[in-house]
Design a protein around this ligand. Sequence first.
Ligand SMILES: [Zn+2]
Ligand SMILES: [Zn+2]
Length: 242
Amino acid sequence: MPEPVNQNPPGPVDAPWRRWLRMLAPPRCLICRECAANGIDLCPACARTLPWSGNACRRCALPLAGADPVCGACLRRPPPLAEVRAAFVYGFPLDRLLPRFKFHRDLAAGALLADCLARTVAPLPRPDALVPVPLHRARLRQRGYDQALELARPLACRLAMPLRDDLLRRVRDTAPQSRLDAKARRRNVRRAFEAAATAPLPTHVALLDDVMTTGATLHAAAIALHRAGVARVDAWVCARVR
Ligand SMILES: [Zn+2]
Ligand SMILES: [Zn+2]
């Protein structure tokens, strides 16, 4: 009987190339171009300035001064997200890295952000699937790529989680949220999403987005998933705006 050809899964074929590349061109800090160190694309000085999220509300990721697990606003009005985790509080150098990734397709910045987010969520219990917050088709055509999906791909791979970018659709092309206040943001994204009733439907998912500001977009996406029958929706984001 002939031996099966692919008994072992293929190894990381690009690893030797990467090693060569690193020898030829040592990695540079993505922020200041000094020599990077410690296995991430940042110099030690810039790495120290990273505003890692500390004690924060479990339901909305807002930084909390005390030891309370949930903030007053989330206690009064529980949001549709069961748990929210942010790698960082928005500020320097995220205000440079995130726009470069989001609007200028800087994939090295994206890889660094995905790596930092993976470190943050690795100790958490794994949801059944990772669901990137989708762009509307028109916005995707305009921008050329989907930043949440680009973050979700390496993250799903690192955490060995199924990526379900088929689960959620953006059915309304909404105005950019950045120019709106909290109330207008909620109104703007209401019914912007539709969840596909494609089997098998996971019971617990984590939504993925780059930045969370008021949470209006993530909440609208969570409501659509709940409506389709997903029991629990969490959210993972790179940075939380205070
Ligand atoms: Zn630096
Ligand atoms: Zn909260």
